[in-house]
Design a protein around this ligand. Sequence first.
Ligand SMILES: [Zn+2]
Length: 181
Amino acid sequence: MPDFIGQKIKLAVDKAEKILSDQKIVKVPVDIESIAKSMGIDVTKIEFSKDEISGAIKMKGKQGNPIIAINQNHCIERQRFTIAHEIGHFVLHSIDNMHIDSAGVYFRDSNASSSTTNLKEAQANQFAAEILMPRGLVIKDLQGDFKLKNNNEDIMTIAKLAKKYNVSQQAMMIRIGGLVI
Ligand SMILES: [Zn+2]
């Protein structure tokens, strides 16, 4: 990984870890809505015109606070990841007015080159993974009750772990792959 990208991702990790330690979060599932609230961000669940939209952040909602809107039709695990992802944009990026996230397509950043946009999305995803699946806790679980054995049982173990953290199995799988302990 080129240094520049590595540093940007590290920044996302650091920001998430700082929030976890400032708020003394040591238990999962992480209450991501409370974290948003503690930062003065309102969270609302709505129906979007397009179902592929997972969520958005608007810097100034009707109440004057920043507001994260998430797609109420998506499953709870996905909603939680989206809230965390939008908080990531909030702490890492300067958002003009609004940022909308859609499955694989990102709007509103038309001025930025696509690689800049992709890097921002990667940072927000890393932030979300970090805050919902705190590194230290996942590692402890993988070394304890959720040891992977490199056999057919692993899929069940990952499913149980995902349930414990209230994230999707896919998100947990990516997280474990990224930890490589
Ligand atoms: Zn995004």
